[in-house]
Design a protein around this ligand. Structure first.
Ligand code: ATP
Length: 239
């Protein structure tokens, strides 16, 4: 059966001034999938996610969401379409409490589901329930990552974008983050995951793309990429 992608980058180019950060990037994410994008620092992974929100705008090519070109759509309208980002470095509101951060997450959809969704998030993250009134900036990196995820989920996204959710976290916490991503997929969300932790990302996802220097260098089933000699050498530290 041929179905159209939920999200599709089609030959997207993007620039920072004279620097071309994305070069003819074509990527598809289908509903219900977990797709990962791996690559070295500076390859352009964050830029690809940001281009969905128009920073930078695609200078050519198209970004289709449910078949509609969103490459010129204002940022606030993107989140209202059911696309949520868990940004690199968490970007939580440090001075606000856990609950206030979660409240901020409802912006695209309003407060009518706040209590139901908060309960769901507190079941997923019991730690956040315990710390609901704590000032977010005083929590550990792992707790802040969980909060960033909970906040993004409060917008009731259909598609959730993760930018390096495991960055800077201890191995046990990294393991927990990836378990949470799996649970979120089970909740019916489509996941597009940017990671430098290629091993975890490829084990979680069904399909993956490898970005080098602003281009998609390899793509395919994650299991096949885990076995790919070049991927093993360059991204998994194996021989
Ligand atoms: P990281 O793992 O560090 O997030 P990345 O793969 O996400 O790496 P990007 O952050 O997308 O890479 O960067 C892609 C390229 O664009 C790099 O060469 C980077 O230096 C450049 N770049 C990123 N942001 C800007 C900016 N705001 N202004 C100018 N150049 C930028």
């Amino acid at each position: 059966t041929s179905r159209s992608p939920l999200l599709e980058f089609s030959s997207v180019h993007a620039h920072y001034g004279p620097v071309e950060a994305l070069k003819a990037v074509t990527v598809q994410v289908y509903e219900g999938e977990i797709v990962s994008l791996i690559g070295a620092n500076g390859a352009g992974k964050t830029t690809l996610l940001s281009s969905i929100f128009g920073t930078p705008r695609a200078s050519s090519g198209s970004i289709l969401h449910r078949g509609e070109d969103i490459s010129r759509t204002p940022t606030n309208m993107i989140s209202r379409r059911g696309i949520s980002l868990v940004p690199e470095g968490r970007q939580i509101y440090q001075e606000m409490t856990v609950e206030e951060n979660m409240m901020m997450g409802t912006t695209p959809v309003g407060m009518q589901h706040f209590e139901t969704d908060r309960t769901t998030m507190f079941e997923l993250f019991p730690r956040l329930k315990e710390r609901r009134n704590q000032v977010a900036g005083t929590m550990s990196g792992g707790e802040q990552q969980m909060l960033a995820i909970a906040r993004a989920m409060m917008a009731r996204p259909q598609l959730i974008l993760f930018d390096e959710p495991s960055l800077g976290l201890a191995p046990l916490v990294v393991k927990r983050v990836f378990e949470v991503l799996r649970e979120i997929a089970t909740m019916g969300k489509t996941i597009f995951l940017v990671e430098q932790n290629a091993n975890h990302a490829l084990k979680l996802s069904q399909r993956a793309y490898v970005m080098v220097n602003g281009r998609i260098h390899l793509s395919g089933d994650s299991a096949a990429l885990l076995d790919n000699e070049e991927v093993r050498k360059a991204y998994l530290g194996l021989h």
